[in-house]
Design a protein around this ligand. Sequence first.
Ligand code: ADP
Length: 245
Amino acid sequence: KQNALTNNNNYKDHKLYIIMIGAPSSGKGTHASIISKKYKIPHISVGDIMRDEVKSGSKLGREMGDIMQKGGLVPPQITMELINNRISQKDCRNGYILDGAPRSRYQAEQIKNILSKDPNNVNIILNLDVSDNVLKARMIKRAECGKCNAGMIKGSICTNCHGDEVIRSDDNPRTFNKRLTTYHKHSDAVIDYFKNHSNFIIVDIKSHGNVEEVSKKITNSIDYFISYITENNQVMKSSLENIIN
Ligand SMILES: Nc1ncnc2c1ncn2[C@@H]1O[C@H](COP(=O)(O)OP(=O)(O)O)[C@@H](O)[C@H]1O
């Protein structure tokens, strides 16, 4: 169903904020990019922002690069500063999709505080759920475009901009396993934190299928949410899980 939010990226006083969480290789970046185009909200990839800082060669970038190469988390204050700088830009005024944060309870608290300032925000947390075996198999096959950062399969050309592939230096089995361990260490705390805050809706998306299948589930859940708001003029405060999967 088309409505004001999809056309105009806000409905009355509601703005759309989507937070993508999920393990490395769960598809956060791919789906964030699809959602960004469909709902006309900017895609904020925390990993890309950090990689840009590393590429800049700054002292901060060098320190961050070491941590990222070891599969750890960049310190929380630095992470929040990078996120805050980006989301305070003009294009984020009417909502955005945050891909790659929060990754710890502290980040969850900070992001909750930012998004709770406006009680009319539509805050959807998409939790991409994929088993570790599938994640590992995906990592071995994946590359990304050196030009536009879109996700792609190794040995192909970018379908988005025809750019050449690059393989992320942290997509090797050793670093990947560490990233996975880091993810499992924090993910329950992040999800539990939001479960206790009623102005955030958490949608668990079983993401084992192909991109189209998963994308359909995601779009259905967002559209369901939007039509609820359109019809009731209030933000829904219950779980969508049963409707989506
Ligand atoms: N919110 C964050 N907090 C701390 N570190 C982060 C955050 N987001 C990204 N990073 C760092 O950047 C790396 C790459 O992140 P990302 O590109 O999102 O890939 P993935 O989710 O596949 O691990 C992470 O392993 C971590 O070191």
